[in-house]
Design a protein around this ligand. Structure first.
Ligand code: PLP
Length: 385
């Protein structure tokens, strides 16, 4: 496995990762005849159940969790929904949720919907580096707060919230904490024996597994209602398990755990080389969240007055996939809600490009991006003139 696409360079690992060969092989093995439904009581079902058990142990192992605390879902989105709706359903009259302004749309869109049903939501602002202080969480929690839901790492900037500190605050206030760790898991160490979080979501395809499997960690003795009713997953999530995707997910977690520290250092060096090289070639470049603790793999860079969409397309024409720091809504570009929340004006936010590294990126791809950059920026500037 090299870069996504044949000769292409893939630098959008926060969107989805290249599927690891180890995951593919593990998945193929469970697609062969003789593997049944894990709920069936005969040999083929038992073999499936064994595979499911092994995958659950691998996912739990990445987090310092017990296998019984892992519920498989279809995605990170489903895990976030399950945690938020499932916790809300058990919190009696408490009708407020505390969150931040920079959450992933899978959280924010659900919360906007819940507001229409009478739930109050407190959106905590971040500072110009994308940071949130634990004391802001403490000040926001009220007697009617049902839960706090926050991301560990931001998908656009990589900025890390101080989750261990926040978890101490919510634990002291006896308010459940849900953490969206979809971007953090496998990239920074997570040890749930040390951090008192009630629920935490993951997604396989951010870890070099294929899409189709996510997980929700639900701490032992913490009760939430299922989103999908059925007997599977110890009655926590109905529906026949997507065994191939789950097996791929388990193998991706094992891979991530094996060399998390070494990979973080290697990828962090690639990111540093990229950022240094970009600023050397384009001194007006701004690295968003540069002063905050960040994931080692993510770089969100503003290119001054240049248009991010044109930069992204110019990279694409040269075989390099990078992400735009903006969303296309109804045919027009909306500036990113994350960058806007960090105080960037519309023009600055629309100039942002996100580079996100993964296991299969090498020094050669940084060199190639830097070699292409002057040409690309020249072309985009000429177009704007
Ligand atoms: N949370 C974060 C922070 C994400 O970055 C993503 C996906 O980009 C999700 C949740 C949703 O995960 P999934 O794509 O598995 O639904």
């Amino acid at each position: 496995m090299i870069e996504k696409g044949s000769a292409d360079i893939y630098l959008d690992n926060n969107a989805t990762g290249v599927v690891a060969r180890e995951c593919m092989e593990a998945m193929l093995a469970c697609l062969r005849p003789g593997i049944g439904n894990p709920s069936s009581a005969y040999a083929a079902g038992m073999r499936a159940k064994d595979l499911l058990r092994e995958a659950r142990a691998e996912v739990a192992g990445l987090l310092g969790a017990r296998p019984k605390e892992i519920v498989f879902t279809s995605s990170g989105t489903e895990a976030n929904h399950m945690a938020i709706l499932g916790t809300l359903a058990t919190r009696g009259g408490r009708r407020r949720i505390v969150t931040s302004t920079v959450e992933h749309p899978s959280t924010l869109m659900l919360l906007r919907h819940l507001e229409k049903t009478g739930i109050a939501v407190t959106y905590l602002p971040v500072d110009s580096e994308g940071r949130l202080a634990a004391r802001a969480v403490r000040d926001a929690v009220t007697a009617d707060t049902a839960l706090v839901t926050l991301m560990w790492a931001n998908n656009e900037t990589g900025v890390l919230f101080p989750i261990p500190e926040i978890a101490e605050v919510t634990r002291a206030l006896a308010v459940p904490l849900h953490v969206d760790a979809v971007q953090a898991a496998g990239r920074v160490p997570i040890d749930l024996t040390q951090v008192p979080i009630e629920t935490l979501s993951l997604s396989g395809h951010k870890l070099h597994a294929p899409p189709g499997a996510g997980a929700l960690f639900v701490r032992k003795d913490f009760k939430i209602e299922p989103l999908l009713w059925g007997h599977q997953e110890r009655r926590m999530r109905g529906g026949t398990e997507n065994l191939p995707a789950i097996v791929g997910f388990g193998s991706a977690c094992a891979l991530a755990r094996e060399d998390l520290e070494a990979e973080s250092l290697r990828i962090g060096r690639l990111r540093a080389d990229l950022e240094r090289g970009i600023v050397e070639r384009f001194p007006a470049a701004r690295i968003h969240g540069a002063c905050a603790p960040r994931l080692p793999n993510t770089s969100n860079i503003g290119f001054g007055a240049l248009d991010g969409e044109h930069i992204m397309r110019a990279f694409d024409r040269r075989g390099v996939a990078v992400a735009l720091g903006a969303a296309c809504a109804a045919g027009a570009m909306d500036p990113s809600h994350v960058l806007t929340a960090m105080g960037l004006d519309r023009r600055a936010a629309l100039s942002a490009i996100r580079f996100s590294f993964g296991r299969y990126n090498s020094e050669a791809c940084v060199g190639r991006v830097l070699a292409l950059l002057p040409d690309i920026l020249g072309e985009v500037a000429a177009r704007a003139a």
